[in-house]
Write a protein that binds this ligand. Structure first.
Ligand code: ATP
Ligand code: MG
Length: 315
């Protein structure tokens, strides 16, 4: 893959990365309306096409190499645009190589296990890109904003109480480090929506009948906790953006920019792996030559021995 396109990709995501150890205050540090150096949807279209092509390029190599797997973590507030981002960003990729899992309210079986159990079950295999639509980060965000959820997690006394969030941040960082060190890079994106844009998107879901199914009155009740969510997300970003698995805060008010940026984060993750098609060793090359001879001997009368061979002299 040539460097100019990768350079451009990295130029886009660099300012969106949360450097390990920085204390994030979302409203102060990240503008949801930011569109980098892009002016409008038209401007971004070519870049999205490029991003999608690059994803396809890397994904087929990732699958063939079968050594690394990639986990893309998507977090957002309601109406942040997770679903449509997945649809657009993954639009050019072989569906066999991508697995998407959404996580909602945990079942009683899930609550009967440690809080990372259900996420562990859905991790991508080697060769795959796994997407978490909501993720283990709900365990330090929604659970923090609503302490009654924690009450339902059947935790022993020593796992509750003072320091629980710091402990969970550490456990999540350790878990991700384990994954990264074993061939599973973790890319994390937070779709950062403004309060006013969320209001508009909810109204759109109410005003347009074909969008009604997406609207839940519960989402408007959650909106009342906006400030608490901003704090929970800010602290989570500060504590869990690490060298091995950094967070990217993606401005989400303009969907066209958001999609380009998410594609760029994923392309960058894959480019760092730089997966390669397996090469054939001498033994296998001999077998190929023998099979070729056998097939050529079976050519019907009047047909070239190998009609698909590259013409001599052509590279
Ligand atoms: P959409 O954007 O289309 O509404 P969604 O991801 O919001 O999709 P929903 O089924 O509407 O999906 O909501 C899932 C709900 O599950 C969210 O309210 C989320 O906060 C909640 N949830 C996710 N993980 C947990 C968890 N570990 N504990 C408690 N609630 C959780
Ligand atoms: Mg929802």
């Amino acid at each position: 893959m040539e460097d100019v396109r990768l350079e451009r990709i990295r130029e886009i995501i660099e300012p969106l990365r949360v450097e390990a150890g920085t204390a994030v205050v979302l409203e102060r540090d990240f503008d949801p309306g930011n569109t980098g150096d892009m002016f409008d949807k038209k401007d971004s279209k070519r870049l999205l096409t490029t991003g999608v092509e690059m994803l396809d390029y890397y994904q087929s190599r990732l699958a063939a190499q079968d050594t690394y797997g990639v986990l893309l973590v998507l977090q957002a507030l309601d109406a942040g645009g997770k679903d449509s981002t997945i649809r657009h960003v993954m639009s050019g990729v072989n569906p066999q190589g991508v697995v998407v899992h959404g996580f909602g309210v945990p079942s009683s079986e899930e609550l009967d296990h440690d809080y990372l159990w259900r996420y562990q079950q859905k991790l991508p295999a080697r060769g795959q890109i796994g997407i978490f639509n909501r993720s283990h980060y709900e365990e330090v965000v929604v659970v923090r904003v609503h302490p009654e959820i924690l009450e339902g997690e059947q935790l022993p006394a020593e796992a509750r109480g003072d320091g629980i969030w710091e402990r969970r941040y550490r456990q999540i960082n350790d878990w991700e480090r384990f994954l990264v060190e074993n061939g599973f890079p973790v890319a994390k994106v937070f779709l950062n929506l403004s309060k006013e844009e969320q209001r508009r998107r909810f109204l759109r879901r109410i005003d347009f009948p074909e969008k009604n199914w997406k609207f839940k009155a519960r989402d408007v009740r959650e909106r009342a906790h906006w400030d608490e969510y901003q704090i929970a997300f800010s602290e989570m970003l500060s504590a869990t953006s690490t060298e091995h698995a950094p967070w990217y805060v993606i401005p989400a008010d303009h969907k066209w920019f958001m999609r380009v940026a998410v594609a760029a984060v994923l392309v960058d993750t894959l480019a760092k792996i730089d997966p390669q098609y397996p090469t054939v060793d001498d033994e296998a090359r001999k077998e190929l030559a023998a099979s070729k001879q056998e097939l050529e001997a079976q050519a019907p009368d009047g047909v070239a021995a190998d009609p698909v061979a590259e013409p001599a002299g052509k590279e």
